[in-house]
Design a protein around this ligand. Structure first.
Ligand code: PSU
Ligand code: MN
Length: 314
């Protein structure tokens, strides 16, 4: 194995470029969570703290976005502030990337778009909060996140806290199975539901150490099976919102969304914002806590993965 050269359309920070060149662990981070997933100033504080956690864990953070039409791998504090405050940042999934680039605009990348750009840069590990999935009512709305189709094709490991029950968790797991995506849960026999540690759905595959997860990544990709690995890391116990308490709030937010006629790419940002209001800020604290928890795990996975890659290179 050789270190891949990042795609010429990408702009990398020196820190990220050197780490990738040296084969040191790098962890990608998304930016929709900053621009469209949390209010200011908690969004930029979260983004900064998560980068610090990854550095403290021994890896290099690479927050990804499109700025002035350029896909950027690794951002400055000023870039993070812009993403956190500007009203001119498009929520950019894979279908939006080319349009935002061609117009020279700013794009906050979703899980799908971040995976694609991370892969082009040669980054194999990506930390987020929650992945998109099959929305409730998808049998009529057809609203299935492009995060799922990206996981089917792009070879990046994605660490999340599972799937929020604003989505249909069962249908999301079924779809991931159809798409051939391994879903690992970290240290638990139950698939976690983002705000809550339990979802009522059994873990498809359990892993108890970062090394086991790195072994799965290597086995899949060495075999030539392209596509992601989804790792679901439950929110810490003392930070969770019990499923029975968040359930009613999510139902209310979904009903209000339908009444307001909100759909498509606006759905997830609307629901997240409304849930923060309805919980009096509790869901935001939980959201921040679970992203940090994922960052700690992601750094450890990136280190184990880099060690195995190094050994294979000899
Ligand atoms: N879940 C969260 N916070 C987020 C998102 C999901 O708890 O910010 C974002 C992620 O960027 C994810 C995107 O990729 O929402 C999914 O949007 P859609 O359902 O429109 O594909
Ligand atoms: Mn959607």
């Amino acid at each position: 194995m050789t270190t891949p050269t990042p795609h010429p359309r990408l702009t990398l920070t020196e820190e990220v470029r050197e780490a990738l060149h040296d084969g040191r662990p790098v962890v990608a981070l998304e930016s929709t969570i900053i621009s469209h997933g949390m209010p200011y100033p908690q969004n930029v504080e979260m983004a900064t703290q998560v980068e610090d956690i990854i550095r403290a864990g021994g890896a290099v953070p690479a927050t990804i976005a499109v700025l002035h039409g350029r896909p950027r791998i690794g951002l400055t504090p000023q870039d993070l502030e812009l993403l956190a405050t500007s009203g001119e940042v498009t929520k950019a999934s894979v279908r939006d990337l080319a349009y935002v680039m061609a117009r020279g605009g700013h794009g906050a990348t979703t899980v799908a778009a971040t995976m694609r750009l991370a892969a082009l840069a040669g980054i194999s590990v990506f930390v987020t909060g929650g992945i998109g999935g099959v929305h409730r009512g998808a049998e009529t709305s057809f609203d299935v996140s492009a995060d799922l189709t990206e996981l089917a094709t792009t070879s990046v490991a994605v660490i999340s806290a599972g799937v929020k029950s604003i989505l249909d968790i069962g249908l999301t797991l079924e779809t991931l199975e159809t798409l051939g995506v391994p879903v690992l849960t970290y240290g638990t026999d139950e698939f976690p539901a983002f705000y809550s540690r339990v979802s009522g759905f059994a873990s498809p595959m359990r892993a108890d150490t970062p090394g086991e997860i790195a072994d799965v990544m290597h086995a899949r990709w060495d075999l030539g099976i392209a596509g992601g690995v989804s790792i679901a890391n439950p929110v810490p116990e003392d930070e969770e919102i019990p499923a029975d308490r968040i359930g009613g709030i999510i139902d209310q937010a979904l009903a209000e969304m339908d009444k307001a006629g909100i759909a498509g790419k606006e759905a997830t940002p609307y629901l997240l914002g409304r849930i923060v209001e309805l919980t009096g800020g509790e869901s935001l604290r939980t959201n921040i806590a679970l992203v940090k928890n994922n960052a700690r795990l992601g750094a450890r996975i990136a280190i184990e993965y880099a060690e195995r890659s190094e050994r294979l290179r000899g």
